[in-house]
Design a binder for this molecule. Sequence first.
Ligand code: NAD
Ligand code: TYD
Length: 332
Amino acid sequence: MNILVTGACGFIGSNFIRYEKENYNDHFIILDKLTYAGSIENIKDIIDSITFIKGDICDEVLVEDIFKQYDLDIVINFAAETHVDRSIIDPDVFIRTNVYGTGCLLKNCVKYKVKRYHQISTDEVYGDTALDSGYRFKESDPLCPNNPYSATKAGADMLVMSYHNTYGLDTVITRSSNNYGPAQHIEKFIPQMIDRINNDKDILIYGEGNNKRDWLYVIDNCNIIDQIMRKAPCGIYNIAAGQEYTNLDLAYKVLDLMGKDHSYIRHIADRKGHDLRYALDITKINDLGLFPTGDITEGLRKTIAWYKENRSRLEDEKTDDYNEYLRKNYGE
Ligand code: NAD
Ligand code: TYD
């Protein structure tokens, strides 16, 4: 099969493409703009065995050329602007890439009769629940996003559903909880904690740190995405591991694993409109025989070890753009 994977130089996409290369002989075409969040380093070990195209999913001419040139069986879209804090500072690029870019891919899927379109989405499209709620969102729940990032992801999901309904395009949407693991950008919570602890700096916790997230090891997510992409009926699928932690408890866990005491915590101003708790019902994937496993302590150990072996990676991400973002977001 010919499979177009967009955004495969980012965190989840690069783990996914490596997983695919280890398990299948399909022809993979990667389209990635290499924004600040994407790095060719993430796929350097497999670059000779895939087709890599540097480009933007919003570039109508380029995208149509790719669909014309390769007889695509599957398009799977990881490409997105992904950091909530950046979306609060500057939403425009999120609207462009996440909504318009998804539309550009969908249009060509219909025109060139692609067999399946797979949208990588997020639990954030459902909005949040109260901290003490035991509710878990189901795939049939209404979308109720609260920040510009999640609003653009919800917009993309709705476009995908509309292409299925209107043009009969075979589509799947996977909505996963927070991922962690190798090659995540330094701006995200876990790599940022690891970097700050490495440099003997306090971990920065928004507000009280009571917000809850459900953490999924990235390889477990890739395994399930793969099964859904290749075998599941058209539809929407939640993916989570049921490992819910408050941000503060997660920070304590990382400090413990890195041999530091709990005094390395600094509470700072809360994120604007900070979602309280995300939680997903995963009965639908369980019914397909899919059970995300992976213990968070083991996953964090592997993640910390990866960043230790790849320490230059975090240093490389401290660009002028990143320093500018730190100033805007944290006043650092
Ligand atoms: P990331 O920010 O690490 O990587 C995004 C990748 O997309 C980068 O390689 C970047 O260069 C590329 N990209 C950005 N704009 C592009 C454009 N216009 N054209 C082509 N390529 C472009 O993101 P991630 O964390 O790997 O997330 C991947 C997908 O998974 C996203 O759709 C995100 O919404 C979703 N998701 C992420 C998480 C998480 O915890 N990281 C959780 C749920 C869902
Ligand atoms: P993040 O990794 O940005 O993912 P998301 O916002 O998509 O859930 O943040 C995870 C949680 O950690 C979120 O509740 C915000 C919080 N957080 C902090 O407390 N401090 C930080 O410096 C960052 C980046 C995040």
